[in-house]
Design a protein. Structure first.
Length: 203
C-alpha cells in the first residue's frame, strides 16, 4: 500500500506539472496573438495617417467607438491606441501581414545577419507582455540594448518593476559579470511575467 501511495503521489505531481506547462503555453500564445494584433492596429492607423492625412483627432473617436461596440474588450483607451501606432513605427516590418507572430519574416534581400536580427526581434517582441514592450520602446532607443533586455525578461521572467530597476542600474553594461540561478529556481508557471499576463483582460 505505501508503494501505491508513493506512485500515486508521483503521478499526481507529474500531471500537475503538465497542467501548469499547458496553462503557461496557452497564456503565452494568447499574449503573442495580442501583441501581433496591437502591432497590426498600429499599422492600419499609421497607413491611414500617411495615405489620407488623418490626424490625432481620429484616435479619441476610435477609442470611444471601440469601447461602445466591444464593451467587454479592454485595452482600447486613447493612450493605448497611440501606443499601438508608436509600436508599429518602432518596428515597421516586425510582423508580415497575414502571418502568425512567430512566422518567418519576408525575404526582401536582407543580409543573413539582418534577417537573423529581425527574426530574433520578432520572436522576442511576440513573447513580451504589452506593458513590457511599451516600456522598452520608450526607455531604450538602441535596438541591440533593447534586444538584450527583452531576452533577459524572457529568460528570468522579470516584472516591469524589475525591468525598470535593471534599466536604471544599466544591467546590460554588466552582462556576464553576474551569475543568477533564476532559471533553476523560478518555475515558468510562477514567474512574474506569466502572473502579469494572466491579469490582462484579453488573455
Amino acid at each position: 500500500m505505501p508503494g501505491n501511495i508513493a506512485q500515486y503521489t508521483d503521478l499526481l505531481g507529474q500531471i500537475k506539472q503538465r497542467i501548469r506547462q499547458g496553462q503557461t503555453r496557452a497564456v503565452l500564445a494568447a499574449n503573442s496573438e495580442m501583441i501581433c494584433m496591437y502591432w497590426d492596429i498600429g499599422r492600419m492607423l499609421h497607413k491611414r495617417q500617411q495615405r489620407e492625412g488623418w490626424g490625432a483627432s481620429v484616435i479619441p473617436r476610435l477609442s470611444r467607438d471601440l469601447r461602445n461596440e466591444l464593451p467587454e474588450m479592454k485595452g482600447f483607451s486613447e493612450r493605448n491606441i497611440k501606443l499601438m501606432v508608436q509600436f508599429h513605427r518602432e518596428y515597421p516590418t516586425l510582423f508580415p501581414i497575414g502571418q502568425r507572430a512567430v512566422a518567418q519574416l519576408p525575404a526582401s534581400a536582407p543580409s543573413p545577419a539582418d534577417q537573423g536580427k529581425a527574426e530574433l526581434m520578432q520572436r522576442l517582441v511576440a513573447q513580451l507582455l504589452w506593458g513590457t514592450n511599451v516600456l522598452l520602446i520608450q526607455r531604450i532607443k538602441d535596438i541591440a540594448t533593447r534586444c538584450w533586455y527583452a531576452q533577459a525578461v524572457i529568460e528570468h521572467g522579470w516584472s516591469r518593476d524589475v525591468l525598470n530597476q535593471m534599466i536604471d542600474n544599466h544591467a546590460h553594461e554588466r552582462q556576464g559579470k553576474a551569475v543568477s540561478n533564476f532559471g533553476e529556481r523560478l518555475p515558468p508557471a510562477h514567474s512574474d511575467m506569466v502572473q502579469q499576463a494572466l491579469k490582462d483582460p484579453y488573455i
